[in-house]
Write a protein that binds this ligand. Sequence first.
Ligand code: PFF
Length: 445
Amino acid sequence: MKIARFSRIGFILAAAGSAVGLGNIWKFPYIAGEYGGGAFVLVYLFTVLLIGFSIMIAEMLIGYLGRRDTVTSFEELAPVNKHLWKFGGFQALAGLFIMIFYSVVIGWILHYIVTSLTTLPANVKEAEATFTYMLHSDIWTQLLYHTISFVWITYILTKGIKGGIEKMNLVLMPMLMIILAGMFLYATTLGAFSQAVEFMFSPDWSKIDSNAFVVAVGHAFFTLSLGMGAIMTYSASMEKGSNLVKNAFWVVFLDTSIAIVAGLMLFTFLYQYGSGPAKGPGLVFISLPAAFYEMGILGNVFAVLFFIALAFAGLTSSVSLVEPMVQYFIDRFSWSRLRASILMGLFFYLVGIVALLSNIDDYKELLTWGGKNFFDWVDYVTAAIMLPVGGFIMAVFVGFIMPKEQIESVMKPQLKWAFDTWYFSLRYITPVAMFVVLLSLMGVI
Ligand code: PFF
């Protein structure tokens, strides 16, 4: 079968588009706020460099050498026990599961683009009431925007790697960067900018406990789109002769700098016009709109641009969350792309409605078990269990199962003197770290 290939810049933007998502602009600032800023940010940066970067290269390598969907790539690259190793490829399911809530959150963002055009909440209390009403009572608005998100994502997927995914990323990623850069430059002119820098970079180690450490490691994985087959699937369409290390570097660099730029900008606005770094998922939906209100009409412009950038980030990640399973059905069951895209789309759309309803007051009780509603369960099971398992499997697969000569032949010319360090990190540091994260997130330790 003829596989469409990304151009070099197309690959980097698509992989960066996958990595830069709601995790960077919605999640990172609020968890950094929750765990006290500086020290957490440093642990996260350290993890990204030490573990994230090496797993990113490993995941790219499996895709690049395998050239097929994730399941087939594992199967073909395993020298022994192929039928067992192919299950490693089912980490692709995690992406589809994440979409169940990811699409609902993109729906909230689309809704906020529209409302910010005309109205912003006058204070945090009002902002909280608006957000809470939407989340717990307003089924139809959430359903409408969840539907728009589903249609958009599915449409792009039907157009394939070149005509859909690459094209969308070539347009949306530069726009996202321009919007964020513009808002960031404005933020640097405000007095509170130095407070934001201080908050993000001066470490208060007393705020770091083992839980913060685990969250930082988990987030490094989530934000780099690792352990779910997204980078692997894109890498199957990487040009022959590509430099994996350079590509991985660009993706990690763009993802990390965008998280930091977005964080600095948000905290500057929150210090300057709002109540300081807020905690919890409501940060961008509650505290931020109230801060924008204080800026007058410019606030509306900023709010609309900000939510557009957030929507772009979310949409480019979404296609990468679903594409691995689409590719799986195309490769293994000879489904047409149209059929695979629509059926995968319908899966996250319909189950997403259940997630959406589990936040609604009238249905909450029905859809809550063990203290978590369905929405939170999906988040927990994917981030806490599937993701570290995916990372662990990849590290072990490349570190111990694939023949070393095969890995050396591709990676040694690219990594040169750093090859041994990378290989060591994959064999020993990453699997241990992933295992500890898994146990701790599951509450075992
Ligand atoms: N990296 C994305 C974010 O930061 O929002 C989320 C994500 C996308 C995770 C794709 C995993 C993935 F395969």
